[in-house]
Design a protein around this ligand. Structure first.
Ligand code: KQY
Length: 363
């Protein structure tokens, strides 16, 4: 593996869309007792269901710590590769390299700086150095060259690409004080285009209410095809999410993508608000002596946090009447893929969902 100090766009590389074909997918075996209830038992069951659903149509590589390697190996089917690697938690989306491709089909990875969603400013844990070092190791594991972008803080969940020159982000996240506060919005736009091989960045104002990542785009809006997106939506005007989703909708309806297309926006209903109770909170270890969740905390639940595998859309289910409505909408938008719903409350408790725990490797 070579470490590269050039810019992917200058080298003719671009970030494909998630709905393009994959070589496989990374996930990380969860075990942190201050992120996952009861030391991660229920989360590991939910992750296993996600892994099996993805493994039906693409290769899955699961990273596990020394302590959990044997457990992961015996819990997962033999076609899933399990590799020992040190990480700080299990958010593969955010610490997997962003893979870029050129016209010859060559693959490279981008190794962004990772500071646990905001570093000492408003990050979610400390330290994060194992996470920050993982992308380079994943490139090495796959034998792909790696662009050094350690000086720019970015997580995979904070960007979506349509593979045709358009990248989508949220202002609340990319302009947050804990990431790249020394850069202006224009400088960040240019840098995203240079690194992701894009021509246009769409800046949604907001993500999901109380999303602790400073509102990653992958929880609120996703490309389903070039020129088409799904947006998390509620009709309840008294919900604090309403003005956020409405501002995003107004923005999306006012812009064109890099190809000059007006976007087709499909509204994906949100589940009713999901909160944690005393039992959930008792099952979580404190972090630095402080509780990580308190009873009544609302979690950032959204059906937009799905993963598009080669053969399926693997989406969260919350036991909510909107589970089936959301699945039917996605089935209409992905007619060639199976819709697989995975009960995901045990993942949501950690602060993210299915998209956040996966990282695709383009073909
Ligand atoms: O949603 C994500 N991409 C990560 C969430 C991290 C939450 C840490 N508790």
């Amino acid at each position: 593996m070579k470490i590269l100090h050039t810019l992917p766009r200058e080298d003719g590389f671009r970030m494909p869309a998630e709905f393009e074909r994959h070589r496989g997918c990374f996930l990380i075996w969860p075990e942190r007792a201050d992120s996952w209830a009861n030391g991660g038992y229920a989360a590991r069951r939910a992750f296993t269901n996600v892994i099996k659903a993805i493994a039906r149509s693409e290769k899955v590589i699961v990273l596990a710590s020394f302590a959990q390697y044997e457990n992961a190996r015996v819990s997962l089917p033999p076609e899933v590769k399990v590799v020992e690697m040190s990480t700080d938690d299990a958010w593969a989306r955010d610490i997997t390299p962003t893979f870029v491709k050129n016209d010859k089909g060559e693959l490279r990875g981008i190794d962004w700086g990772f500071n646990a969603w905001g570093g000492l400013y408003d990050g979610l844990y400390f330290p994060w150095d194992r996470d920050n070092k993982a992308a380079k190791k994943m490139c090495d594991l796959l034998d792909v060259d790696c662009y050094d972008q350690q000086s720019f803080i970015l997580e995979g969940g904070s960007i979506h690409s349509d593979g045709e020159g358009t990248v989508m982000v949220t202002e609340s996240c990319l302009l947050s004080g804990g990431r790249n506060p020394q850069m202006t919005k224009e400088e960040i736009t240019r840098h995203l285009c240079d690194t992701l091989g894009a021509e246009k960045v769409l800046w949604l104002p907001y993500g999901i209410y109380l999303d602790e990542t400073n509102e990653h785009v992958d929880n609120v809006c996703a490309f389903t095809a070039p020129g088409e997106v799904v947006l998390a939506w509620t009709d309840n005007e008294s919900d604090p999410q309403y003005p956020m989703s409405k501002a995003d909708l107004d923005y999306l309806q006012s812009v064109t993508d890099a190809k000059g297309r007006k976007l087709k926006v499909h509204l994906l209903p949100l589940p009713s608000p999901i909160t944690v109770d005393e039992e959930d909170c008792d099952a979580l270890d404190p972090m630095d002596g402080e509780p990580t969740r308190v009873p009544g905390d609302r979690l950032a639940a959204s059906y937009v946090n799905f993963y598009i595998s080669n053969g399926a859309v693997v989406m969260p289910a919350f036991g909510d009447p909107n589970d089936n409505k959301a699945a039917a909408i996605l089935a209409g938008l992905f007619p060639t893929r199976e819709i697989i719903q995975i009960p995901a409350r045990d993942i949501l408790i950690g602060g993210g969902n299915i998209h956040c725990i996966t990282g695709q490797i383009p073909e």
